[in-house]
Design a protein around this ligand. Structure first.
Ligand SMILES: [Zn+2]
Ligand SMILES: [Zn+2]
Length: 666
């Protein structure tokens, strides 16, 4: 009976392009899915863009578009990047979908009913100017430990220390630069600890690799904490049922996106999603990176358990990518986007290189550019493609493109290749692609040695039929190697299928041989990697100084308001009747403003930019209905309008001649 298998890769965030670091996971998963199909199993591969959260909202605002426009643009880009690398999803969907909203609400309501949701008030950083709560990443300030400036609210990139946003020195909103305040808000929490026993049982059943299970033990022993699953508006996401301005935290609905992508596929293909997800007919596997294992090993299965859904059979967790032994870097040009790679190099080079490095462990893998060039040229070109190019053209030109029959020596060679099937199958199954690749290259070496020994380029001059027998063995070797390599190199395998003139090959086809068969014209299978192309790709990936320089000093536009919002602000023309310095406050001036008979006292922080005597008689614009503010020196009853960063760089708005004090500015 063929197995039925559901597979997911982690959902890429919809705020940027796919790069070669992401591709480790998608290539790893795609190889596994293609391997299952090669075995004759029914395997469906699902993914989606992860589209919610503050970063998307702010990214869209800064680009001057709606979040929906942003995620739709990125969805198209991601789709092309994956397609370019031969990543074959059965459905690539979006978490901003009706299916995901419905499933998120359903799971939340079920958890709530099960008593697994708590509500309590939390204090958080809030920007009065942006009118939003600030995630830790949106607060910048000086590191409390090493005093490095411009660090995030949760961690320091200089000393690698972690901290609370409240510990930052001179914290400010990353969006507008104003200092945040602390503000209370009620949040929803998922009581993860309720599921501790069930989670331990799941993990004992082999839910993760062993090295990960050990890490999870540490988390269990430090205690499972409640998880904050809500965010206050403004937020781009799904509203929490029964709330006006509270949303599901992006991490709540992101993994539910796996289900939504499947539901969308099932509905379109006449399948029953409930039966597929919850029945016994389908196995389920999630491929993820080690950075998100807390979510996938604890929160996600607990959410499913609490809402009556089954958990995955297993998580397959991989490590990160380094390039030439270091973290990917924009300045070194090793932060290579999928689209940039595709402009320069064949995607199957990278699929093969990653496969040659990937094992079932969570160890990082390294892409060494020198090793990459060496491996592609020696294995893909010198070994696999060479075997075909030494046999195909000769058969076509001098032997009517016809295979003969295997002799004893040929059968021995093919026997060796066939015998490796179970080893290769089990290597693929347990994600030991590196081992599978080693076996396959050794078999190709063996086949190339057979060619050397039999020297068809010599025998063709004297014994056509002996040469046909030799080349029949070589073509059969090419066919078997193509089957073994098919999950890694689908394009290569498709070209071989076409050239040797056979239908779509499956794993069990290695048990049969091709004899007395006509092949097609040979086409080149791989070009050598040109080092110049690799260097050009790296050059193009280097962030130029212009790109990496800080953006122009223009503050992003504040959240949209309506004309009615604006009408609430009563702006009036005011004449400065008097201006005095304020003792003990060298930034302030005490202004008396005349608003056409109404007098207002205003303290303005403009003393370093304007002298009192140059102000008297000036016409300015005043916010007339601002709530009075008690200050140390008296009460300020309004505000005058000015621009500029502060200090001596403050520029008051003045008024064209003719305007009268008290007139409203509209
Ligand atoms: Zn620091
Ligand atoms: Zn702000």
């Amino acid at each position: 009976m063929p197995r039925q298998i559901l597979v997911t890769s982690a959902l890429p965030y919809a705020n940027g392009p796919i790069h070669i670091g992401h591709l480790v996971e998608y290539i790893q998963t795609d190889i596994w899915v293609r391997f299952q199909k090669l075995c004759g199993n029914r395997c469906l591969y699902f993914c989606a863009d992860d589209t919610h959260g503050t970063a998307i909202m702010i990214g869209a605002r800064n680009a001057g578009i709606t979040p929906e426009e942003l995620i739709s643009k990125v969805h198209g880009e991601h789709h092309n990047d994956f397609k370019g690398f031969g990543i074959e999803f059965d459905n690539y969907y979006s978490t901003h979908s009706p299916e995901n909203r419905e499933l998120s609400e359903r799971i939340f309501n079920a958890l709530n009913k099960a008593g697994s949701i708590a509500r309590r008030s939390v204090e958080q950083s809030y920007c009065n100017n942006c009118r939003m709560f600030l995630p830790d990443r949106y607060i910048r300030g000086t590191c409390p430990r090493c005093k490095a400036q411009d660090q995030y609210g949760d961690s320091c990139e200089v000393c690698s220390g972690t901290h609370n946003p409240t510990e930052l020195i001179e914290p400010r909103c990353a969006n507008c630069g104003n200092p945040p305040v602390r503000k209370q808000s009620e949040h929803y929490f998922f009581k993860l600890a309720d599921y501790e026993q069930q989670l331990k049982e799941l993990i004992a059943k082999g839910y993760t690799q062993q090295s990960v299970a050990n890490k999870l033990d540490e988390w269990f022993s430090t205690g499972l904490r409640d998880w904050d699953i809500s965010r206050d508006g403004p937020y781009f996401g799904f509203k929490i049922p029964g709330e006006d301005d509270k949303y599901f935290y992006v991490w709540l609905d992101a993994p539910i996106g796996y289900m939504a992508s499947m539901k969308n596929y099932c509905d379109a293909n006449g399948m029953d999603f409930e039966q597929v997800w919850n029945g016994d007919d389908w196995e389920l596997y999630h491929f993820i990176g080690k950075d998100i294992m807390y979510f996938h090993a604890l929160f996600w299965p607990a959410m499913l358990m609490g809402s009556g859904f089954r958990s995955a059979n297993k998580l397959f967790i991989h490590g990160f990518l380094t390039v030439n032994g270091e973290k990917m870097s924009k300045s070194r040009g090793t932060f290579i986007k999928a689209a940039t790679y595709l402009e320069h190099l064949d995607p199957e080079y990278l699929r093969y290189y990653y496969a040659s490095k990937l094992t079932p462990t969570v160890e990082d893998i390294d892409l060494s550019t020198e090793d990459f060039i060496g491996k592609v040229n020696s294995d893909l070109v010198g070994n696999f493609a060479n075997l075909a190019s030494r046999s195909g053209p000769m058969l076509a030109k001098q032997l009517d493109s016809r295979l003969g029959q295997l002799d004893e020596q040929g059968r021995r060679l093919i026997g060796k290749l066939t015998a490796a099937k179970e080893q290769i199958r089990s290597d693929y199954e347990v994600l030991n692609y590196a081992s599978a690749v080693r076996t396959i290259t050794a078999l190709a070496d063996e086949a190339n040695r057979y060619v050397e020994q039999n020297q068809p380029w010599k025998t063709i001059k004297s014994d056509l039929e002996q040469t046909r027998t030799t080349l029949t063995a070589v073509i059969n070797a090419v066919r078997i190697l193509a089957i073994y390599l098919k999950p890694i190199l689908p394009d290569f395998a498709a070209k071989v299928e076409k050239f040797i003139n056979v239908e779509t090959l499956h794993l069990d086809d290695v048990d049969t041989v091709l004899e007395n068969h006509t092949i097609n014209k040979f086409e080149r299978l791989f070009e050598r990697v040109d080092e110049k192309k690799v260097n050009a790709m790296i050059e193009e990936s280097k962030e130029s100084k212009a790109q990496s320089a800080p953006k122009a000093d223009v503050e992003p536009i504040a959240p949209e308001i309506t004309i009615d919002d604006f009408a609430k602000v009563d702006l009036r023309i005011a004449k400065v009747a008097d201006a005095q310095p304020v003792e003990g406050a060298d930034k302030l001036l005490a202004l008396k403003l005349d608003l056409g008979g109404i007098e207002k006292n205003v303290f303005a922080g403009i003393a370093q930019a304007y002298k009192p005597e140059e102000l008297v008689g000036k016409m300015v614009v005043c916010v007339a209905n601002l709530a009075p503010r008690k200050m140390k020196f008296g009460t300020s009853e309004g505000m005058i309008l000015a621009a500029g960063p502060g200090g001596s760089e403050i520029f008051m708005l003045t008024v064209d001649e003719g305007a009268k004090p008290g007139q409203r500015v509209k």
